[in-house]
Write a protein that binds this ligand. Structure first.
Ligand SMILES: N[C@@H](CCC(=O)N[C@@H](CS)C(=O)NCC(=O)O)C(=O)O
Length: 210
């Protein structure tokens, strides 16, 4: 069975988790306590020597790091993978955009604003810089989504999941969705896709109950 190593609250961990949910693939969720450094423990380094999550081990024992690489693997031969070569390239284009122009700024701004609020004041000027770096790229994304329902013309795909991971929680990074009407509309559309499960469900209480 697929094993997904993930941490709570992380947009990167949420991406493969959501794809697994939407594709109905059985998997074992293994939580790693990143706030307490478990990702650098000898036990976890033996699984992923890079010491980060998410990390995925396939049913044949192959290891896959990087959330968007996991999406690519999980989406293979599924409705989440576009059928045309042009669109598969566009999916990659947006997944690289997410990792270089959005995630590096939204993720730390959110971390120090919401996940570790005790450090918010100390990091206030960094948070402002991260927000300012994210904003033009969010406007670029908003312009792209103005004329389409999902990231690719053919419909909902792995590119939407990749972008959704952090963009749907920009309010937790101190940014306002009111500035991005097309993104706001797209978030509602993603949340209405079949089998969608929110980030809040990737929580210890829900996991115990499952
Ligand atoms: N680009 C990677 C980012 C992985 C990453 O930085 N994960 C964070 C949690 S979201 C982590 O494990 N941080 C702990 C550390 O770097 O020690 C991905 O998309 O999977």
């Amino acid at each position: 069975m697929i094993e997904l190593f993930a941490c709570l609250g992380s947009g990167n961990s949420f991406k493969p988790w959501l794809a697994l949910q939407q594709l109905g693939k059985p998997f074992k969720l293994c939580l790693v306590d990143v706030l307490n450094g478990q990702q650098k423990s000898p036990d976890f380094l033996a699984i992923n020597p890079l010491g980060v999550v998410p990390f995925l081990v396939t049913s044949t024992g192959a290891s896959i790091g990087e959330s968007n690489a996991m999406l690519w693997y999980l989406a293979e031969d599924s409705p989440l993978m576009p059928t045309r070569a042009e669109e598969r390239a566009q999916a990659l284009q947006w997944m690289f955009f997410e990792q270089t122009k959005l995630e590096p700024f939204i993720s730390p701004a959110r971390f120090f604003t919401t996940l570790k609020p005790e450090e918010r004041d100390l990091r206030a000027s960094d948070i402002e810089i991260w927000q300012a770096l994210a904003e033009p790229n969010l406007f670029r994304l908003d312009a792209h989504l103005e004329s389409r329902e999902f990231m690719l013309d053919s419909g909902y795909s792995l590119a939407d999941i990749a972008i959704f991971g952090y963009v749907h929680v920009i309010a937790e990074a101190g940014l306002s969705l009111l500035d991005y009407p097309a993104i706001s509309r797209w978030i509602t559309a993603v949340e209405a896709t079949k089998g969608f499960r929110p980030l809040a469900e990737l929580s210890p209480a829900k996991i115990k109950a499952a």
